[in-house]
Design a protein around this ligand. Structure first.
Ligand code: IMP
Length: 430
C-alpha cells in the first residue's frame, strides 16, 4: 500500500491538478502544498458549487483532512485571508485543519509592485507573469532578506527589518521603474493584520508532517504550475521562480525524498500554455480555437486566454524523467471528442536536424518545428465516462499509443470537471 504520493503537472500548468487532488483526497489524511504561491489556480467542482483555490491545499473540501502550506510556498497574507474567508462563507471551516509553515517567506506589496513594473517595462519581452509578486518574493528568499511568517512574532524587530528591505526596493521602484515609493506605515499595517490572522495557524509544519508520516498516515503532496515551468529545468526564462518538480515536495515541506512512494504526473490530453515562451505544438487554426473553446481554456487566476496545441511527447518525456513518474493521469480527454484526426508530436526538427529531446535553450526550442504522427479521432462522447471499457476504440488507441511512447502507465483518465468523472485504472494510494 502506498503511504504518500506527489501529484504534479507535467506540462506548463493548468493540467487539472486541483480536481485530481480533490478526488484522491478521499483516501488521504493530509494534503501539503510545497512550492509556488497564489499564482496557482486550482478549480474544484462539486455538484453546483465551483471552488477556485490559489493557496489553500485542494484537500480542504474534505472535512477530515489536514491541510499544510509548506515552507517552499511564498505566502500572500492578503490572498490567504481572502481565501479562508470565502471558504468560510461557503460553509468550509478551515479552523484547526489549515496549518502554515512559519518558515514561509511572505509576499509583500513591494514584490507585487516590482513584478508588475518589471513586466510593464519589458514590453514585448515580458514573461507574462501572473503579476502576483512571485518572482521578486523568491528573489528575496535567495538573497536572504525575506520577511518570513515567524518574523511577525516579534513585531518591533520585524518592522526594523521591513524598513531596511523597503528602503532597498523603493530605491529600485523609484529610480529604475519610475514608480511611486511604498509607504512604510501602510506596509506595516498589513503585517499587523496578517500576524493576527495567520500566526494562530502557523507552526514548524515539518514536524506535523513527520508525525503524520511516522504514524502511517496517507499524505498527498500537491504540486502547482507544471514541470515545464520549473525554474531550473523548464523553458527558462519563461518559467515561474520555484522548483515545480517532485524533488521539491521534499525540500518544500521538510521531509526526505524516501518519504515519497508514488509520483502521479497530470497531463492534459492536449497541451496548453498561458503567458509567453516557446510552445512547438501550438495551433493557430480552428482546431486550436476548438480546443480552447471546448476546454474553456482561460486562466483560473488571471482569466487570460490559454494557448492550445497538440500533445507533445518530446516535452512530456523530459517531464517523466525529471519527476521519476510512477503513473500518469490524462485529463480533459472529453474535450477532444469530435475531432476527425488527432496529432501527436513525437520529434522536433531543429535547424534541419530531427531531434527527440527537449533543447535546453528557449531560443532553440522556439525554432523547433513539430514532427507529427496522426491517429483517427472519435466522434462518440466520452464526457463523464467512468469505465475504461466504455471508451471508444479510437480513444483507447490514443491512450495506449501515449503510454507506449512515454513508457509510463496512464493510471487515471479524467472525463469531465466533476469529482466523480474519472476512469481509475489504478488508484495511486492502492
Ligand atoms: P509567475 O509564476 O507569476 O512569476 O509567472 C511566470 C510564468 O508562469 C508565466 O508564464 C505564468 O503564466 C506561468 N504560471 C504561473 N503560475 C501558473 C499556473 O498556475 N498555471 C499556469 N501557468 C502559470
Amino acid at each position: 500500500m502506498t503511504g504518500s504520493i506527489v501529484v504534479l503537472g507535467t506540462q506548463w500548468g493548468d493540467e487539472g491538478k486541483g480536481k485530481i487532488v480533490d478526488f484522491l483526497t478521499e483516501r488521504a489524511d493530509m494534503v501539503v502544498r510545497f512550492q509556488g504561491g497564489h499564482n496557482a489556480g486550482h478549480t474544484l467542482v462539486t455538484g453546483d458549487t465551483t471552488t477556485v483555490l490559489h493557496l489553500v491545499p485542494s484537500g480542504i473540501l474534505h472535512e477530515s483532512v489536514q491541510c499544510v502550506i509548506g515552507n517552499g510556498v511564498v505566502l500572500s497574507g492578503e490572498a490567504l485571508i481572502g481565501e479562508i474567508d470565502t471558504l468560510a462563507k461557503n460553509g468550509v471551516d478551515t479552523t484547526g485543519r489549515l496549518h502554515i509553515s512559519e518558515s514561509c517567506p511572505l509576499i509583500m506589496p513591494y514584490h507585487v509592485a516590482l513584478d508588475q513594473a518589471r513586466e510593464k517595462a519589458a514590453g514585448k519581452a515580458a514573461i507574462g507573469t501572473t503579476g502576483r509578486g512571485i518572482g521578486p518574493a523568491y528573489e528575496d528568499k535567495a538573497a536572504r532578506r525575506s520577511i518570513r511568517l515567524h518574523d511577525l512574532r516579534d513585531m518591533p524587530k520585524c518592522i526594523e527589518k521591513l524598513n531596511a528591505v523597503l528602503d532597498f526596493h523603493n530605491f529600485v521602484l523609484q529610480n529604475y521603474f519610475d514608480q511611486k515609493p511604498l509607504q512604510p506605515a501602510a506596509v506595516a499595517e498589513d503585517l499587523h493584520r496578517w500576524s493576527e490572522r495567520l500566526l494562530p495557524m502557523s507552526s514548524d509544519a515539518s514536524l506535523l508532517l513527520h508525525d503524520a508520516l511516522n504514524s502511517g498516515k496517507k499524505v498527498l503532496f500537491e504540486g502547482a504550475q507544471g514541470a515545464l515551468l520549473d525554474v531550473d529545468h523548464g523553458t527558462y526564462p519563461f518559467v515561474t521562480s520555484s522548483n515545480t518538480l517532485a524533488g521539491a515536495a521534499a525540500t518544500g515541506s521538510g521531509c526526505g525524498p524516501a518519504a515519497i512512494d508514488y509520483v502521479l504526473g497530470i497531463s492534459k490530453a492536449y497541451t496548453t500554455r498561458v503567458g509567453a515562451g516557446p510552445f512547438p505544438t501550438e495551433l493557430f487554426d480552428e482546431t486550436g480555437e476548438f480546443l480552447g473553446k471546448r476546454g474553456n481554456e482561460f486562466g483560473a487566476t488571471t482569466g487570460r486566454k490559454r494557448r492550445c496545441g497538440w500533445f507533445d511527447v518530446v516535452a512530456m518525456k523530459k517531464a517523466t524523467q525529471l519527476n521519476s513518474l510512477t503513473g500518469m493521469c490524462l485529463t480533459k480527454l472529453d474535450v477532444m471528442d469530435g475531432l476527425d484526426t488527432i496529432a501527436i508530436c513525437t520529434a522536433y526538427e531543429l535547424d534541419g536536424q530531427k531531434i527527440t529531446t527537449l533543447p535546453v535553450s528557449a531560443e532553440a526550442l522556439d525554432r523547433c518545428k513539430p514532427v507529427y504522427e496522426e491517429m483517427p479521432g472519435w466522434q462518440e462522447s466520452t464526457a463523464g465516462l467512468t469505465r475504461f471499457s466504455d471508451l471508444p476504440a479510437a480513444a483507447v488507441s490514443y491512450i495506449e499509443r501515449l503510454e507506449k511512447l512515454l513508457d509510463v502507465p496512464i493510471d487515471m483518465i479524467s472525463t469531465g470537471p466533476e469529482r466523480s468523472q474519472n476512469i481509475v485504472r489504478k488508484n495511486p494510494f492502492d
